[in-house]
Design a protein around this ligand. Structure first.
Ligand code: HEM
Length: 393
């Protein structure tokens, strides 16, 4: 019964939303009594479900045995999505986050008064790093900014010494941090994440079937994506999945330093209003985000492997570590256009990382293979040519 009323609320939220959401709703309403099926990961996922891992640890390597073959398949599936969207996107684009709203050179300033427990990796010393910053939508389509969507913030910190984890890029001097506008991935693992993405792209019966088994998830993601946004600078971006910070498991988030007076975005008419807002906002002044981390405190309440679980901020509070600066600039100047072209050609992956920031958990292990497959498919050199910070424009 509780489940049925929750779904009724889904209906009322989604009825006020767009046509895609309505199609989803129809499926949700039709299957109010459905129960969650077994996951397809078989023994591995069952083992994770039935055990609480030790604090700060991910699934032991011995239990990850089936993953590489699975992730290769997910890589082929993202390529199919890229191909399917290529015509509408004007060529093969990023597998997700296909539409950029702005890509600029800024800075990551590590705070002088950060907590001792945060002093690892790029947060070890109080210093300022240059950083490339890409703001994006989240789907595989370069769709109108008025369409329901999540949004992304990709940060590539430069001049970071130390060995990196991505194979073939051990000597690169970059450290990537990626965020989206929800505080969990939504699905419990990478396989169900890709199932959801495929169903979204196929629509119709595929989406109805997915919704049949995952109604709460569909509700959460659709309501997050349906919330109108007015400015990329008013959004909070979360890692969603965990990373090591030295010996401990953490998640991170970028929070706007201040809220701009932009309304709720529902009245914006232009299909590119988010891009237009980035350009005009940076023309009038510098913008910033506070980067904070939350430490895992309870391995059951803040799991590493189950990427559907939000880590409650009241139980695992965020502590500040750095400030991300997007400087005032004229994005239409010739130099800025050249810089933006360079930035857009960069390749992000959470495995462009120091050991001190190691990505952990199933979804992160998948990203090493799946993001790379998408990047190869769209013609990025392999291993990607990482920026050195010495480029001139
Ligand atoms: C909560 C976890 C996640 C976050 C915060 C996240 C964030 C992002 C962001 C910000 C980008 C855009 C990077 C850019 O601007 O170039 C991106 C791209 C992408 N992500 Fe995720 N992502 C997450 C999980 C996943 C998972 C689980 C998969 C697949 C298993 C995945 C697959 C991809 C792919 C294929 C791309 C496009 C890569 C490219 O073509 O360059 N992501 N992600």
């Amino acid at each position: 019964m509780a489940r049925f009323s929750a779904l009724s609320s889904v209906r009322s939220v989604l009825l006020r939303s767009k046509s895609t959401a309505l199609a989803l709703l129809a499926a949700v309403g039709a299957v109010a009594c459905a129960t969650e099926p077994e996951t397809h990961l078989g023994a591995t996922a069952d083992a994770v479900d039935s055990q609480v891992l030790p604090l700060n640890e991910e699934l032991p390597v011995a239990q990850q045995a089936g993953e590489p073959a699975l992730f290769e398949r997910l890589g082929r599936e993202i390529n199919e999505i890229q191909q399917k969207k290529a015509e509408a996107n004007g060529g093969v684009a990023r597998g997700f986050h296909a539409k950029p709203h702005g890509c600029v050179l800024g800075q990551l300033q590590v705070l002088p008064n950060r907590a001792e427990e945060t002093k690892f990796g790029v947060f070890k010393e109080t210093k300022t790093f240059p950083a490339w910053i890409r703001l994006s939508n989240a789907t595989s389509s370069r769709q109108s900014d008025r369409s329901p969507d999540l949004h992304g913030l990709a940060v590539k910190v430069l001049n970071v010494p130390g060995a990196k984890l991505f194979p073939g890029q051990e000597t690169a001097t970059t450290q990537d941090f990626l965020g989206i506008t929800t505080d969990s991935l939504g699905t419990k693992d990478a396989e169900s994440f890709m199932e959801f993405q495929k169903a979204l792209n196929e629509g119709g019966g595929a989406m109805a079937a997915f919704t049949l088994w995952h109604a709460p998830l569909v509700f959460k993601l659709i309501s997050a994506a349906s919330r109108p946004i007015a400015s990329m600078f008013n959004e909070r971006y979360f890692s969603g999945v965990p990373f090591k910070l030295g010996p401990r498991a953490t998640k991170f988030s970028f929070t706007p330093c201040a809220q701009l007076d932009r309304g709720d975005g529902s009245r914006n008419q232009s299909s590119k209003f988010l891009r237009e807002d980035v350009v005009s906002t940076l023309e009038s002044g510098t913008q910033c985000f506070n980067l904070s981390v939350q430490f895992q405190r309870d391995a059951a309440k803040q799991p590493v492997e189950d990427s559907s679980v939000s880590w409650d901020e009241n139980e695992a509070p965020f502590v500040p570590v750095a400030r991300l600066i997007l400087p005032k600039q004229d994005m239409r100047s010739e130099e800025a256009v050249r810089k933006e072209g360079f930035c857009e050609g960069l390749v992000w992956n959470p495995w462009h990382s120091l050991e001190e920031h190691r990505p952990i958990g199933n979804a992160n292990r998948a990203r090493k293979i799946v993001m790379t497959a998408a990047q190869k498919y769209r013609g990025a050199t392999q291993p990607p040519a990482e920026p050195t910070g010495t480029e001139t424009f």
